[in-house]
Write a protein that binds this ligand. Sequence first.
Ligand code: GTP
Ligand code: MG
Length: 195
Amino acid sequence: MKINKAEIIISAVSEAQYPKDKLPEIVLLGRSNVGKSSLINTLINCQHLARTSSRPGKTQTMNFYQINDQFRFVDMPGYGYAKVSRKEQEKWGQMIENYLLNRDNLKMTFLLVDSRHEPTEDDQLMYNWLKYYHLSTQVILTKFDKLSSSQKKQSIKKLIGTLSIEPDHILPFSSVTKEGVETCWQIIEDSISHE
Ligand code: GTP
Ligand code: MG
């Protein structure tokens, strides 16, 4: 997709602030620091649209990024960030759950998992939850550039084992080498064109 326009529409903290039109949305989920905001920047080839940080907990609101007035990425706060209070985590958990279950605009869920580590308990819970509710989910294995070729194979194997997922439902991705970018766009275009 050729990007002509990419802009943040709203950093929402409540449902009342969500955009009210019918544009399709792709949501990004995953633990804090996994590379959600970086993936958006990499896909649209603009390093400064979504704020990223080497310290976890950077994204603290639901950020709606509109692309070509055609669709939106919804960048979520990451889970598993210890410094956020329990109350705050519960509030976010409820908001994300509510968004996932009730948002008609939602077309596709990207669940990002860090390729350097085994999927966490939170990753497994999230994946099973998405499956249970039959939400279209693509698992993206991030930071793939950080692995050697044997580690790459190992990390895909681990993911298949822990999530009981089909190998072709896993997309290795790197914001550094751009591996996975084209396939990711294919998935986005397919999901936003099916009404
Ligand atoms: P929160 O907003 O805290 O939930 O984090 P996030 O999931 O949005 O992560 P973010 O995109 O801010 O990236 C976290 C860190 O990982 C940053 O320092 C990025 O530069 C780095 N990073 C993200 N993707 C990649 C990648 O593909 N390769 C490498 N080497 N580093 C990456
Ligand atoms: Mg972020």
